[in-house]
Design a protein. Structure first.
Length: 219
């Protein structure tokens, strides 16, 4: 079954501030899909003052990585609001996979990043004119969609199946195109990123300096 396309269209991907409590807690149990729909308690998560600069620095690095021109010019990522949203989601998922085995400090930072991500989605939905009564429903649906991407990408990455990852990326980045590109290049790049992040020192995670290797032609 194809992963459902995202219906949310944020005003600006670079303004994404997301908020979803306990997503990191839900992730290790990849089969607990229903759980994610009920962990969204907006406005209750308080960012630790000592982590603010770290979270902002790390989030900026992830956003910068998701906006690399090569991804859009050569790896078939659509240069659209939703294309950029999908790319940032993929980068966040790789970051969460790296930090799930981190010490408590690294996991706290990762949680605050995903909280900031969903806070921004919440903010952008409201800017689109969705009233208070409709926001939780929209966010619950969006969380389920985001989880679907995490689940399908994780399954492919865990099994080392580049073709399966490419197929999932194709469905999500080009949901309405029968002639969609294979996304094999992007899949290969994401595997490279996963490998590079696995070797990143824990110190880099704890200070918000985990860097994504650049996309570009490979020798």
């Amino acid at each position: 079954m194809a992963d459902p396309p995202l219906q949310f269209v944020p005003a600006s991907v670079n303004q994404l501030r997301l908020s979803c409590n306990n997503v990191m807690g839900a992730y290790p149990s990849i089969s607990s899909k229903p759980r994610l729909a009920f962990v969204m308690i907006f406005g209750l998560f308080k960012r630790k003052s000592g982590n603010i600069a770290i979270v902002e620095r790390q989030y900026a690095l992830l956003t910068e990585a998701a906006r690399q021109p090569f991804l859009y010019s050569d790896l078939d990522v659509p240069d659209t609001v939703m294309g950029r949203f999908e790319m940032l989601s993929a980068m966040l998922i790789l970051y969460f996979r790296r930090t799930r085995s981190s010490a408590r400090t690294g996991q706290e930072i990762a949680q605050e990043i995903v909280d900031a991500f969903f806070e921004d989605v919440d903010h952008s939905i409201r800017e689109l004119g969705i009233g208070d009564a409709g926001v939780p429903k929209k966010m619950k649906k969006l969380a389920g969609m985001f989880y679907g991407r995490l689940e399908s990408y994780a399954a492919a990455l865990d099994s080392g199946d580049c073709q399966a990852l490419a197929a999932a990326l194709r469905r999500n980045f080009h949901p309405e195109r029968e002639d969609a590109p294979s996304m094999a290049g992007l899949a290969a790049y994401l595997f490279l990123v996963e490998e590079a992040l696995s070797g990143t020192p824990e110190d880099a995670v704890e200070v918000g300096q985990l860097r994504i290797p650049p996309a570009g032609p490979r020798a």
